[in-house]
Write a protein that binds this ligand. Structure first.
Ligand SMILES: Nc1ncnc2c1ncn2[C@@H]1O[C@H](COP(=O)(O)OP(=O)(O)OP(=O)(O)O)[C@@H](O)[C@H]1O
Ligand SMILES: [Mg+2]
Length: 373
């Protein structure tokens, strides 16, 4: 699965950009404020129907315009077989409307879109995985579970519905015990399922991560990832809910469960965010994201597409080469930005041809192949 064409309308400073003949590795270079990150934002919008950052789409729409649209064509080819194409389209308006089309047909939810163009982003916000709140790590984990375990999403939806209802009842304090018990029972079932899916996924992810970090930063030997499910270990979720009922009533919300899960990233038992340098943090974040892509391919769920903003920031030449080398061996499609053309060309493995685009003032010009020197 590869994005072969892209048409962007009114995404930040990209008013009308058409890109054809996209390749496996696509490099966008140009000065500050040119529109490089905006191209990655547009691809993100096409794959996820939302922005890199948060849920607000307004900042993404070109000032003075009512909406933005991105169309893309995805081609999938099997060895020796014909190439099939799939058209995707996303329109977001300032008033909040979302229109998503897959193969020309309108679909209702973003979940129906994301499976067609699974995206991994490596940008300045990715440091949240180490330094941010647990929510960033839960989102990371759930991205992976969603793409390898298709039963996860319905349980996740069910859990969200239940916890909302249960918290509503707890907050208003006027519920009957029977009413609360109904939601608690349902919450226990979906919460247990979510916990099991996450646990199983994490068990596969961790060795992939440790393998990659061994390649990228062998000096970070004491690095470890641990999954915390969000309630007492070795206790069934149903029992954890029963134990916490009194406190839940008192505080007016459900305070144990998968909504409290986290991944602890430590080095020699200390929080990695406190110990690691910024460059080392970027390597850990890259390893976490690359591990998910590798796992997805290993599970036969296809290859994800990587959006790497400002590849060279924080990384020295040696480590940039290691990251690029891994992306290259994974055979994934990559969209990468940098300030200078040579920033990427000089560190990418020579065996790959890179398609280079120059970006300036919201205009994107193809410059052809860039063989590494
Ligand atoms: N809603 C908007 N409408 C129009 N222009 C916008 C909007 N939001 C941001 N911009 C402008 O779009 C331009 C491109 O921003 P972008 O983040 O893509 O730049 P960049 O090439 O990634 O730069 P850098 O190298 O600094 O990261 C900037 O000049 C920015 O001010
Ligand atoms: Mg940028």
């Amino acid at each position: 699965m590869e994005l072969s064409q892209l048409q962007i309308n009114n995404v930040r400073n990209l008013q009308q950009v058409k890109l054809q003949g996209l390749q496996k590795v696509n490099v966008f270079y140009g000065p500050n404020g040119a529109g490089k990150t905006s191209i990655l934002e547009a691809i993100h919008l096409l794959g996820m129907a939302r922005s890199f950052r948060g849920s607000s789409v307004k900042p993404l729409i070109t000032h003075g315009c009512d909406d933005c649209t991105v169309f893309g064509s995805i081609s999938a080819s099997s060895p020796g077989g014909p190439t099939s194409r799939l058209a995707l389209g996303v329109q977001r308006s300032a008033s909040g409307e979302v229109q998503i089309k897959v193969a020309g047909k309108a679909v209702r939810t973003a979940a129906q879109l994301v499976e067609h163009l699974p995206l991994q982003t490596i940008n300045a916000d990715s440091f949240d995985l180490l330094t941010g709140a647990p929510q960033a790590r839960r989102r990371y984990l759930d991205w992976g579970v969603f793409h390898v375990e298709h039963r996860f999403y319905s349980q996740w939806q069910r859990f969200q519905r239940c916890i909302k209802q249960r918290n509503n009842l707890l907050r208003h304090g006027k519920m009957s015990d029977t009413e609360l018990a109904v939601w608690t029972r349902d919450l226990a079932v979906s919460g247990t399922a979510i916990g099991e899916y996450r646990q199983a996924y994490f068990a596969e992810l961790k060795p992939q991560f440790l393998d990659i970090i061994e390649t990228l930063a062998p000096e970070l030997k004491g690095l470890d990832l641990r999954y915390r499910q969000g309630w007492e270990k070795n206790t069934p979720y149903e029992d954890a809910l029963a134990i916490s009922l009194g406190v839940d009533r008192e505080r007016g919300y459900t305070h144990v469960g998968p909504q409290r899960a986290d991944i602890k990233v430590t080095i020699d038992a200390r929080p990695a965010a406190e110990v690691l340098s910024r460059g080392q943090q970027k390597l850990v974040v890259c390893a976490m994201k690359l591990a998910q892509g590798q796992l997805m391919s290993a599970r036969g769920k296809g290859r994800c597409t990587y959006l790497v903003d400002d590849l060279r920031s924080e990384l020295d030449e040696h480590h940039s080469k290691l990251v690029c080398g891994l992306l290259s061996t994974m055979q994934v499609q990559v969209f990468v930005t940098s300030i200078a053309r040579d920033d990427v060309c000089s560190v990418w493995p020579k065996s790959d041809g890179l398609e280079v685009f120059h970006v300036e003032h919201g205009q994107v010009k193809p410059e052809g192949n860039c063989p590494s020197p």
